[in-house]
Design a protein around this ligand. Structure first.
Ligand code: ZN
Length: 563
């Protein structure tokens, strides 16, 4: 009897329907404010799927963040980019919660990380505390929300990962409450002729399909006439009840004559596969129009594991004279659905829009390594840098090379090299490899300099050039003047910028001792907190040395007084 009871209890604790991975009542919310999302799990982002949820923080920073359950801090990372200040807490049930873009940590964790920052003399640090070194209890204050790293507005980025595989899972599967009775919104539908002679509505190229909302809320497309192997793609977003944010949808299902052809969802994915997002979306379309079409079929090179079911790779073989009913269902996690019906008929039609044939002298075979010499520069693509073969467009000028363009996504890094022999040695120091953006502005690329060869590794096709930076960074104080009394000041704030190659390094001392200055690239600000150090002298000498990516240096000196 007792054994029986224990079984029931443990089954209940982990849910009864094979949902053992998603305990529903173990975790509290990381915040005390209602959960309103600025981003959902699996949302389509640039080169990755969003690995967590973005919780809105009332347009401000400093909201308390709580441990969602008992656990131990396993990782603290502070970086200028990415997650900014981030905290990882492992819980006994095998899940790790992640809190990112934080303003600061709780006093205990803040003291722990500052000690390490002073030891290593670096704002950017990553530490893995020993198990139990920093224990937390459910509801403990662990941090404050912020806007650090690659965040474009105050919010909390929150993840739940499997502690062992590190696979992020959809945090909303754990019973966190988000009000959502709003259906996903379908904005565009496209049909793709896929086989050699396939056609859709007199086109051999991708074509947009018109559709209308019907009285019952479902959508009906104009009848599609096609032949050969075709596929569909949709542009859709999901909105929750309390915000206007256009978030990602949870699942897409495609049925043909009632048979399930495609079934994908964002329950979980791995960081290893996240870049394959560029095979799920129509990358060329995205590059041109900034709109992401999610394709209901599996395209070349797609190794995503987000499919629960895939028949014929989601592709439809359309035969002359037959009719098909295609049904696409786009759902959010609450089960709100946008449903589209596409009547489809097999018919040969006169082609009005024929296939755009692209050709250049270089046909790149993706499954082989490829090396191209472009004057004094060269480019090397390792095997499977790309998802498919294509005609690569290459051009060479003096110190500027065009390596195709940004329409084609690269999965792996490739190498771009320049021979700089013709430059005198003192000039070489100021040179770096830059990629020109769409406005022709040079962007610094990490440049490895070995002898007379400069090399960079990149995943972006486009135009590369040798650029020159001879101007040192600019450094100025933001909230104090030289020889000022700063007795009641809590912070020193300094503005740093570099016009071309960018900030590589900064170092500050007070009366000769290294001090921690927190760098926020978005606001170009270095901040020193007077709480860090008890100053033993009335007169303080501040020295800040800032270096750009080619080694141009600016030294800023200032004195101030403090009681
Ligand atoms: Zn996020």
């Amino acid at each position: 009897m007792r054994l029986y009871l224990i079984c029931i209890l443990s089954l209940t604790a982990y849910g009864l329907s094979g949902q053992a991975e998603y305990p529903k009542d173990s975790f509290r919310s990381p915040l005390d404010v209602p959960l309103i999302l600025a981003g959902t799990f699996g949302e389509l982002r640039s080169d990755h799927f969003h690995a967590g949820i973005d919780i809105k923080t009332q347009q401000r920073q400093g909201l308390p963040v709580y441990a969602i359950a008992d656990g131990t801090v396993t990782r603290i990372k502070v970086s200028h980019w990415g997650y900014g200040k981030a905290l990882y807490v492992a819980h006994p049930n095998g899940h790790t919660s992640v809190y990112a873009h934080l303003q600061k940590f709780s006093p205990e964790i803040e003291a722990y990380i500052k000690r390490i920052q002073y030891e290593r003399r670096s704002y950017e640090v990553e530490v893995f505390p020993d198990f139990g070194e920093l224990s937390v209890k459910k509801e403990d204050l662990i941090a404050y929300t912020g806007n650090t790293g690659g965040s474009s507005g105050p919010h909390l980025h929150f993840e739940i990962r499997n502690s062992i595989s590190e696979k992020p899972t959809n945090p909303l599967l754990y019973g966190l409450e988000v009000r959502d009775a709003t259906n996903p919104t379908l904005t565009d539908v496209y049909a793709y002729p896929l086989s050699d002679n396939a056609q859709v509505n007199q086109s051999q190229e991708k074509i947009e399909i018109n559709f209308y909302r019907q009285a019952d809320g479902t959508f009906l497309a104009d009848k599609v006439f096609a032949l050969g192997t075709i596929g569909f793609g949709v542009v859709a977003y999901d909105r929750q009840d309390l915000a206007a944010n256009k978030n990602g949808v949870f699942s897409i299902k495609q049925k043909v004559n009632g048979k399930l052809y495609t079934d994908l969802d964002f329950e979980s994915f791995s960081f290893r596969e996240t870049r394959y997002i560029n095979t799920l979306i129509d990358y060329e379309h995205y590059n041109k129009y900034k709109k992401r079409i999610q394709r209901c079929f599996k395209a070349a090179g797609n190794k995503l594991g987000i499919y629960n079911n895939l028949y014929n790779d989601g592709k439809i073989n359309v035969r002359d004279g037959l009719t098909y009913q295609v049904e696409i269902e786009i759902a959010d996690l609450e089960g709100n659905v946008a449903k589209l019906l596409i009547p489809l008929e097999g018919r040969t039609q006169e082609i009005v829009k024929s296939k755009e044939e692209e050709a250049s002298e270089n046909f790149l075979i993706a499954s082989k390594p490829n090396n191209y010499k472009l004057g004094s520069a060269s480019v090397y693509f390792p095997t499977n840098t790309f998802y498919q073969d294509f005609y690569i467009d290459l051009e060479q000028g003096s110190d500027t090379i065009k390596i195709h363009d940004s329409r084609v996504p690269a999965h792996k890094r490739f190498t771009v090299s320049f021979d700089i022999t013709k430059y005198p040695p003192e000039e070489r120091k100021k040179l770096f490899i830059a990629r020109l953006d769409r406005y022709g502005k040079p962007n610094y690329m990490s440049t490895f300099k070995r002898g007379t060869t400069f090399t960079t590794r990149t995943r972006h096709l486009g135009t590369y050039t040798l650029a020159r930076d001879t101007v040192p960074p600019k450094v100025r104080s933001k909230n104090f003047k030289n020889k000022q009394w700063l007795t009641n000041y809590r912070y020193l704030s300094i503005h740093i910028s570099d016009d071309l190659s960018g900030i590589a390094d900064y170092n500050a001392t007070l009366n000769g001792d290294w001090i921690l200055m927190e760098y926020e690239p978005k606001t170009k600000t270095l901040t020193y907190n007077f709480d860090d150090k008890i100053l033993d002298k009335k007169q303080c000498e501040l020295k800040v040395v800032v270096t750009d990516n080619v080694g141009n240096t600016t030294t800023f000196n200032s004195s101030f007084y403090r009681n």
